[in-house]
Design a protein around this ligand. Structure first.
Ligand SMILES: [Zn+2]
Length: 264
């Protein structure tokens, strides 16, 4: 789903979800905004963020609608794996009532506590306080390209991993998918602009820098994880394709790659 700009300049943000095809079922990585957000932006979304981001909410751009446009059924989505629970990633959860929702436990705790103005605005329980089948995880895991990775997600093949990347939120994670020839890493909101991953000269427009600073819960961890991601791109760019949730350039780069058959 397209969004609008933040701060200085006419930047356009997108909500980049991934759909993974497994034999007989689908796995969705992040849900973007959902039908409920389109129909009832107020009160589901906080007025501060509605004013700041001015999202263009459209039913045809929800993940469920996109899945139907591919000739598939949202009812086939058995699992949702979330980078985090911000309103622009969790809004579509209830469009997939059969799905289990995999998330880091720290994130679920932070979203339930909602301490402070930013937390109350970013975590919107109306999006997920129904009968969600949560699958929460700790942050321990086996090494993965220099990161720790949470393996053995319940009921999912080992080709789908959660890579803890705290900083933007307490329980923020990247989601890694082994597509066979290479890995994909959905880095969520670990960074916002593709040139932030330039190992030589990282760059980010001032408006997006400001937004990341506004939303961070742990600056040191966030910047350290960005540094690790840059090293990953520099040292393993051929083996791992890294992208973030809101960058139009990243979406266009990967748009022709629509689905993956994990070798389960
Ligand atoms: Zn986001």
């Amino acid at each position: 789903m397209d969004g609008r700009t933040i701060g200085a300049g006419p930047a356009e943000l997108v909500c980049h979800c991934l759909l993974v095809e497994l034999p007989g079922r689908l796995v969705l990585v992040d849900t973007g905004f959902g039908r409920g957000d389109v129909d009832h932006p107020v009160p589901r979304l906080h007025p501060f963020y509605l004013g700041l981001l001015r999202p263009r909410l459209a039913g045809a751009q929800t993940a469920a609608a996109r899945i139907r446009q591919l000739g598939l059924s949202p009812a086939e989505v058995t699992d949702i794996v979330l980078t985090h629970l911000d309103f622009d990633h969790a809004g579509g959860i209830e469009d997939f009532p059969r799905a289990r929702v995999h998330v880091l436990e720290r994130e679920l705790q932070a979203a339930c506590r909602r301490r402070g103005f930013v937390a109350r605005g970013r975590y919107r329980p109306m999006q997920w306080d129904g009968s969600v089948a949560w699958e929460p995880y700790g942050v321990e895991g086996e090494p993965w390209f220099g990161f720790s990775a949470v393996r053995d997600l319940k009921g999912l093949p080992p080709e789908i991993l959660m890579v803890p990347l705290a900083g933007h939120t307490a329980g923020h994670a990247g989601i890694a998918i082994d597509t066979g020839p290479s890995w994909l890493l959905h880095a969520g909101d670990a960074y916002f602009f593709h040139e932030e991953m330039n190992p030589e000269q990282p760059r980010c427009p001032i408006g997006l820098r400001g937004y990341q600073a506004l939303m961070e819960v742990d600056r040191q961890a966030r910047l350290a994880n960005q540094h690790r991601l840059r090293r990953l791109v520099r040292d393993h760019g051929g083996a791992v394709r890294v992208f973030c949730a809101h960058d139009r350039h990243d979406l266009d780069r990967l748009r022709n790659v629509r689905s993956y058959q994990a070798a389960a």
